[in-house]
Write a protein of this length. Structure first.
Length: 486
């Protein structure tokens, strides 16, 4: 790999690059799924390739290749140079990078069981068992399960002297039960919607999730929703369980703090951001209980945004985003940090694969847990009249990430501090800063979960990446509820 990188870096230097880096990625993935007792999908694939990113005349050039031969690598570097020279003719200003010390390092995701050491037959047998449990519930008309593994091994070399080798493992699994009745469809997912729970772990995550043990309950809830009352419309105190709060963070905190959106360099997938530069360290984003960080470090947990170095060789960091309610930070790269006067990149530049240009992506954007002892049941008992929202079903947010509406799969009315009736089709809406300023309670560390979002889309051509969101159940006062179905 070092020889390969030297072919590319030497070619880039000889043709006028002031900076160059090379990424080589060996990516293996397995995806399995069942649908109503039959195999819905079974794939095991591998991809190997390299890319070259260069700065010439103050502009970027990028090219990639699946051919790892010397002539192909040198041709790829030359093509990146040509693209940079063409880009320089229409640049608005020179690209400048904040300094970063070049390092030589190796890192691997901590794991106990290599997921690829398990057989496809073993994986499918577990999914079939879950599938059968779901369908054993009368009224469940469609059961779907999935299990996914990924191993991404990457080598990074730069003209500044960086040599980094890191290997990331990802495991994910989940399932959903659908109940069709008349013209209505209800669903319940476990352990989360849209793919379940994903983390940077080995196969041990599958055992931790207790998939079979929860299947019958999930099926029963999907059927019971048809008999549940419609969620009322009005203004209520609401409680979000941790996975829904994780998605709330993703949409109304994670995307608007991406500095390329703020600067107008990226506007795909729901636009730019309301968090313009003059709001930094001025805007009261939330109540004093709201403390959010962007943390890619291993000690934060096995999130999909956890790594040792980003895709331009910057070490993983923890950046305070909201501190006691005050907006304090952005997600940045070496280029965007330079544009707003930061001394260092936040280390958030990542690419979906070897043939994609790295862009700013969320790491683990997490709300820190509360400090006072408080269980979810105690949070409910201290709420006179409200709605508990569980498991996301839908989301919508405007192109500035300011006005939003979310629906969840199931809700529970809270009356006089107790769970009362089950509610179907619950939804809530609000304005980002008003919503976060209404938070008045959050559960502590023992109820905090680092959720994985494997399907975050950004960029053009689209790049789908994994992000992490840690959250505990939290309460918000006087929120508009039920508008989606009123």
């Amino acid at each position: 790999m070092k020889d390969l990188s030297s072919w590319a870096l030497n070619t880039a230097s000889q043709r006028g690059a002031t900076y160059a880096d090379v990424r080589v990625v060996n990516d293996r993935s397995r995806g399995l799924a069942t649908k109503n007792g039959k195999i819905g999908n079974a794939s095991d694939s591998q991809s190997l390739g390299m890319s070259v990113r260069v700065l010439v005349n103050g502009a970027w050039g990028f090219a990639s290749s699946a051919d790892m031969g010397r002539s192909a690598v040198e041709a790829t570097a030359a093509r990146a140079i040509d693209i940079a020279k063409a880009s320089a003719q229409v640049k608005q200003s020179d690209v400048k990078l904040v300094p970063e010390k070049a390092v030589k390092a190796e890192w691997t995701t901590p794991y106990k069981i290599d997921p690829f050491s398990t057989s496809i037959e073993q994986n499918l047998a577990l999914l079939q068992k879950v599938d059968a449990e779901l369908r054993s519930v009368k009224g469940v008309t469609l059961a779907e399960t999935n299990m996914n593994f990924r191993r991404e091994e990457q080598w990074f070399f730069s003209s500044e002297g960086a040599e980094i080798h890191q290997t990331k493992y990802v495991t994910g699994a989940g399932y959903v039960a659908y109940a069709f009745a008349g013209s209505e469809i209800q669903k319940r997912s476990y352990p989360n919607s849209f793919g379940g729970q994903w983390q940077n772990k080995g196969y041990e995550l599958i055992d931790e999730l207790k998939l079979v043990e929860n299947a019958r309950r999930i099926g029963e809830e999907a059927v019971a929703l048809h008999s549940a009352d419609q969620c009322p419309a009005g203004v209520f105190d609401i409680i979000l369980e941790s996975s829904q709060l994780g998605l709330q963070i993703h949409e109304s905190v994670g995307h608007p703090i991406e500095l390329d959106r703020v600067l107008g360099m990226e506007a795909n997938f729901a636009g730019t951001s309301f968090l313009t530069l003059e709001k930094l360290r001025i805007l009261k984003y939330g109540s004093e209980l709201v403390n959010v960080v962007a943390d890619a470090r291993e000690e934060h947990g096995p999130g999909l945004g956890t790594f040792a170095f980003d895709d331009e060789g910057v070490p993983a960091q923890c950046t305070p985003i909201i501190t006691n309610g005050l907006f304090t930070g952005y997600l940045s790269s070496r280029e965007t940090a330079s544009l707003i006067g930061l001394q260092r990149s936040g280390g958030t530049l990542r690419a979906e694969g070897w043939n994609r240009l790295p862009i700013i992506r969320m790491t683990n954007i997490s709300i820190l847990p509360g400090e006072k002892p408080l269980t979810l049941e105690q949070l409910i008992s201290s709420t006179d009249h409200g709605i508990l929202f569980q498991t996301n079903r839908s989301w919508s947010i405007d192109d500035k990430r300011y006005n939003f509406q979310f629906g969840t799969e199931i809700g529970w009315e809270i009356k006089k501090g107790k769970r009362a009736r089950m509610l179907k089709n619950p939804s809530y809406s609000g304005i980002t800063t008003e919503f976060w300023n209404s938070m008045d309670a959050i559960c502590p560390r023992d109820q905090w979960t680092l959720w994985g979002t494997p399907n975050c889309g950004k960029g053009q051509p689209q790049q789908v990446m994994g992000t992490g969101h840690g959250a505990s159940p939290a309460r918000f006062r006087k929120v508009k509820v039920g508008a989606a179905y009123s």
